[in-house]
Write a protein that binds this ligand. Structure first.
Ligand SMILES: CC(C)(COP(=O)(O)OP(=O)(O)OC[C@H]1O[C@@H](n2cnc3c(N)ncnc32)[C@H](O)[C@@H]1OP(=O)(O)O)[C@@H](O)C(=O)NCCC(=O)NCCS
Length: 185
């Protein structure tokens, strides 16, 4: 479904439409380091990315935002954040930033903005639902930066799933992280 905007002092999360899929976004997924850290498909086509955006926007249990942040004095699309698999009042949260934007604190701010919104009364506005109880994330154990970014936003590792993903033909472990709504702790 198409979500509502989430605006913060440092960045905005905006609905992601098919026409927002540009070559720069495709290039982020042509970066081997990104693929190694996420088990994403290398070198997707623009059409397959437009399909991905359209499928998310049509899925009643998913919400996809573009992360828009100030870079060199102008607002730019720097990554995406996605809520998916909504059921039993919980959902999965996943994030991807373009490599030029890594290491500036964007991920922890974007994760915190999305999580705080959907776990609070703001959820009525941003995802047209009652607040969720819990969010979870799956992170390959090679991805220390992602683990730290989620920890900064109150997620904790609750399990290590062994040989849970395959990257370049090799199985790899994955952390399962979760964050409850504050009054559900
Ligand atoms: C993982 C990712 C989301 C992190 O985004 P980011 O904006 O660079 O992260 P932040 O700047 O908020 O930094 C997060 C923390 O990781 C640390 N960090 C960054 N790179 C690191 C590295 N290579 N090794 C260890 N720690 C690292 C930062 O120092 C920071 O910790 P600190 O605040 O305690 O200093 C981003 O690199 C990315 O999109 N990578 C490709 C896709 C991906 O991995 N998505 C997540 C899938 S679960």
């Amino acid at each position: 479904m198409i979500p509502g905007n989430i605006c913060t002092a440092h960045l905005d999360l905006e609905p992601f439409h098919c026409e927002d899929v540009k070559e720069e976004y495709r290039a982020w997924l042509s970066d081997w380091e990104t693929v190694r850290l996420t088990a994403a498909k290398l070198n997707p086509s623009l059409n397959s990315l437009r399909d991905y955006v359209a499928r998310n926007n049509a899925d009643t249990n998913a919400y996809l935002w573009r992360i828009v942040a100030d870079t060199h004095g102008a607002a730019a699309h720097v990554g995406n954040i996605r809520l998916s698999g909504l059921k039993h009042d919980h959902a999965e949260l996943a994030i991807l930033l373009g490599r030029p934007y890594w290491g500036r604190g964007i991920a922890r701010r974007a994760i915190d903005a999305a999580a705080t919104s959907v776990l609070s009364g703001d959820a009525h506005r941003t995802i047209a639902r009652t607040p969720l109880r819990k969010l979870y994330a799956g992170i390959l154990t090679a991805n220390i930066a992602s683990r730290k970014a989620f920890e900064h936003s109150g997620f904790t590792v609750v399990a290590t799933l062994r040989d849970h993903a395959k990257v370049d033909g090799r199985f790899t472990d994955q952390w399962l992280m979760e964050r409850f709504r504050l009054d559900e702790d």
